[in-house]
Design a protein around this ligand. Structure first.
Ligand SMILES: Cc1ncc(COP(=O)(O)O)c(C=O)c1O
Length: 396
């Protein structure tokens, strides 16, 4: 495949200020909000057709035109992306209440390091290296630290991770096995983020925190492009409903961006899946803001949940997540810790997928949405199984 990225610039999602994409950047220099990568979509439309992807490499880098890496040699890849859409047996979907619909699991646990974090960090670490970084740093509630450490190891960068001291043990172990320096912080991911922001400038570490760095969501965006490709592109290729376990929200923000770009390219129509945010009752700042009609979310106090990746009391991209939910007529709901535990076991028993608790939260949410009538039982529903369960404490 001829490698070419059509990346043109970075643009602030709040004040619109344009930034140079070919310098290391974190947030908007004027207002501190999230930057989006922008592409020459006319150029993409002229150079590639959706059918061309079939001939290409079997990972997320098959969408190179819509990704930010200028030179193929700078891509740090462990084979991320192109995860299956696992179809749940009809009788199981029907027993949940989807009698005439379809239930699919986007099994992101099959990514390198066992979670969808691989996509974002493959993109971010590759681009950081391309722009000259030699060290990266980030806070992590769980899986992001391991993924960052793996891609840093593969690319020859050093990696510094700050994690809450009670993260699942294997998340810490995995980051250390990949050679990262891990600092355990007595607090939450927001406290770990403060530690990174204090230490990064003096040590020359490039901060790749969720949505403070512009390219992680470009990697996550490929989940949306993949869904369109798996549906055959065209007007009706996307499912009716996407159910997504939300912490920092990079995936939901990235997928929404993917659909907008694909529509501008003419590869999909105007139809959008309704996007559903799922959080735990122990930490649900986005759900509370959605219910209160707010665009920004107040930080959640005393966040606590077994779904470690959802223990994010404040998200810098809150307004982008809430816009995605509202603009697609989606919804946001919280599920109990008990429901997450039960769902994890039920999913394992009836689907063969050992899902992380975050992913199990989407199963519990599906039950709730069917019971309340928000889902009518006829939809094509995709649950984002964002991580594999094996890295977490046993649910038994
Ligand atoms: C398995 C899993 N699911 C979901 C999330 C939340 O992802 P995001 O921060 O993109 O909302 C995380 C984050 O750590 C995670 O590890």
């Amino acid at each position: 495949m001829n490698w070419r990225s059509y990346l043109t610039h970075l643009e602030c999602t709040a004040c619109g200020l344009r930034h140079d994409a070919d310098r290391l950047q974190t947030v908007c220099t004027a207002c501190g909000k999230v930057l989006f990568a922008r592409y020459d979509l006319d150029g993409v439309r002229e150079s590639v057709r959706p059918g061309d992807f079939r001939q290409r490499r079997w990972d997320m880098w098959r969408y190179a035109e819509l990704l930010p890496i200028r030179h193929a040699a700078n891509v740090i890849s462990l084979g991320e992306g192109m995860t299956p859409l696992v179809r749940v047996r009809h009788e199981v979907a029907a027993s949940l209440g989807l009698q005439r619909g379809e239930l699919l699991l986007k099994d992101e646990g099959q990514n390198p390091t066992g979670s969808f974090k691989a996509r974002g960090l493959s993109a971010a670490v590759s681009r950081a290296k391309e722009l000259g970084a030699t060290s990266i740093a980030l806070p992590s509630a769980g899986n992001a630290g391991g993924a960052a450490a793996a891609y840093a190891a593969a690319g020859g960068l050093s990696c510094h991770v700050a994690m809450p001291c009670d993260v699942p043990e294997l998340n810490r172990v995995e980051a250390e096995v990949f050679g990262a320096e891990v600092t355990l912080v007595d607090g939450l991911i927001s406290d770990a983020g403060r530690v990174i922001r204090e230490q990064a400038p003096a040590n020359g570490w490039f901060d790749v925190s969720t949505l403070r760095e512009p390219y992680r969501q470009e990697g996550k965006k490929t989940m949306g492009i993949e869904l369109a490709e798996q549906g055959g592109f065209g007007a009706d290729c996307l499912p009716d409903v996407l159910i997504y376990p939300t912490g920092g929200g990079t995936g939901i923000v990235g997928m929404r961006k993917a659909f907008d770009e694909l529509e501008a390219l003419g590869w999909i129509g105007a139809h959008r899946p309704r996007m559903v945010v799922v959080q735990s009752e122990g930490c649900a700042p986005i759900v509370r803001a959605f219910e209160n009609g707010e665009r920004f979310a107040e930080p959640w106090q005393n966040a606590q949940t077994i779904a470690a990746g959802l223990r994010v009391p404040a998200a810098i991209g809150d307004y982008l997540i809430l816009d995605a939910v509202r603009d697609t007529s989606g919804t946001a709901l919280a599920v109990s810790e008990e429901a997450i535990r039960e769902a994890q076991l039920e999913m394992g028993r009836v689907t063969g997928v050992y899902a992380a608790p975050e992913a199990a939260a989407t199963w519990a949410a599906t039950r709730k949405l069917l019971a309340s009538g928000w889902l009518g039982g006829t939809e094509r529903v995709v649950l984002f199984c964002t991580g594999m369960g094996l890295k977490y404490p046993s649910p038994l």
